[in-house]
Design a protein around this ligand. Structure first.
Ligand code: HQG
Length: 183
């Protein structure tokens, strides 16, 4: 693992899971002053010389769009797990969204719906390819679920924007979920 990967992992941990460990003052949308994050990281020997340019490079080089920098602040687009629920922008979803998961979770998902589990929101993918990448973290041959987001949204399920490929929901009832036949 190279340094940019390590940096991405540590900033994910700080912004998604444990901002208090880094003494970060996070607002309700998940924004943190960049200078505060850099100060916190610099207290660790391995990030002693880190600059905002390094963080920007990490974000640019990453295959996933995990963080956003704006007006001297930084936030994670998705993935949060701490109790204070981050407020996300509610938005009309595309007609169909996807969710990649493990085969072993399927029975429970169809019975109980998609639940956020350890995170604040359920994570949905804009396309099948992204869902496959997500699902492979849990199962070598993941199962892909198609979500009838249009009908769910029309019937009152709220959807929120993560980044362009990741959508969020509080939960998704099983009646909107259809397992897909993969090639
Ligand atoms: C499953 C990564 C049983 C759900 C990814 C999933 C994503 C249920 C697992 C982002 C269930 C939670 C999030 C139910 C849901 N019964 N299992 N009722 N409801 N589940 O990791 O969506 O690389 O918290 O299917 O790419 O896999 O970190 O969520 O398998 O975008 O940037 O419970 O994290 O992005 O797993 O992944 P996770 P996820 P990063």
């Amino acid at each position: 693992m190279d340094d940019l990967d390590k940096l991405s992992k540590e900033i994910s941990y700080a912004l998604r899971h444990a901002p208090w460990e880094y003494e970060l003052e996070m607002n309700e949308e998940g924004w943190v002053p960049m200078a505060q994050l850099l100060d916190a990281l610099r207290r660790e020997a391995k990030w002693e010389g880190i600059s905002a340019a390094d963080v920007e490079e990490m974000i640019e080089q990453s295959s996933k769009k995990r963080f956003e920098i704006k007006d001297g602040r930084i936030r994670a687009f998705y993935g949060h797990s701490f109790p204070m629920k981050i407020q996300k922008e509610e938005k009309e979803p595309p007609a169909v969204l996807y969710h990649g998961t493990a085969r072993r979770f399927l029975t429970s998902i169809m019975e109980n719906g998609l639940l956020p589990q350890e995170r604040q929101y359920v994570h949905l993918s804009q396309d099948v390819e992204t869902a496959e990448i997500v699902g492979k973290r849990h199962d070598g041959r993941p199962c892909i679920l198609a979500i009838d987001a249009k009908r769910a949204w029309e019937e009152g399920v709220k959807f929120y924007l993560g980044n362009e490929k990741v959508w969020l929901a509080d939960s998704v009832p099983g009646r909107y979920i259809e397992p897909m036949q993969l090639k």
